[in-house]
Design a binder for this molecule. Structure first.
Ligand code: TPP
Length: 210
């Protein structure tokens, strides 16, 4: 839609390793490639698709192998290294902006929490979770900033406090807002097709009309 609207913008889509095994993903990828969508696909390879390990999710050894089959360039990067991720995304963005079409980046790391709050992650070896604690991307980046004297402890604490406060205010504002109307969910999805209302069933269908 950015291209249709003549906007000089690119899209960045994040999805899980598990999501890349769904049919819709493959159709979407082909469509994006054929349309040369100005888009970066970022697959978060955190080694688990909910409770399914990567070994039972795919036969490829790297999720980057899925890109070339659709004509999409792909590269893998250490997802715990903030600067490496920044560099890969910056290069991909330059390529996409110069008309190179859709690009894929695989971030390799580990999901240290459950799939969602309801998931206690009891199918993962606790020793593995503990081992990955040492590779927390934010902790590693913080250490790098201090080690290279790119920032002082005081500056980092000030940034953390400011960010925490910004998030707290934003969260409170969001919680205080009224729920949107259901019909708003599809507003702006289509440009020239009137949105059918209601877009979901509000009552059970009449079986005599089936
Ligand atoms: C279309 C669809 N199919 C199946 C599911 C069921 N499902 C919920 S979570 C999940 C795995 C998601 O794995 P991943 O994308 O790697 O996310 P992560 O576990 O890393 O959060 C699946 C298959 C779903 N939510 N939607």
């Amino acid at each position: 839609s950015f291209r249709v609207c003549g906007e000089d913008r690119i899209g960045i889509v994040f999805y899980g390793d598990g999501a890349s095994s769904t049919g819709a993903w493959h159709e979407g990828l082909n469509f994006a490639a054929v349309q040369r969508c100005p888009m970066i696909l970022i697959v978060e390879n955190n080694q688990w698709a909910f409770s399914t390990p990567t070994s039972k999710n795919t036969r490829v050894s790297s999720f980057t192998e899925k890109g070339p089959g659709y004509g999409i360039d792909a590269e893998a990067v250490d997802g715990t290294d903030v600067l490496a991720v920044f560099d890969a995304v910056r290069r991909a963005a330059l390529q996409v902006r110069s008309g190179g079409g859709t690009h894929m980046i695989e971030l390799n790391y580990f999901r240290r929490k459950g799939h969602a709050q309801h998931d206690p992650q009891d199918y993962v070896d606790p020793a593995v979770i503990r081992a990955w604690e040492k590779k927390d991307p934010l902790d590693l980046y913080r250490s790098k900033l201090l080690h290279n004297e790119w920032a002082s402890e005081d500056e980092l604490v000030a940034i953390e406090e400011e960010t925490f406060e910004e998030c707290r205010v934003a969260a409170e504002a969001a919680i205080a807002e009224p729920y949107p109307e259901g019909t708003e969910a599809v507003t702006g999805v289509y440009t020239d097709v009137p949105t059918p209302h209601p877009w979901t069933r509000s009552s059970s269908p009449d079986p005599t009309l089936a």
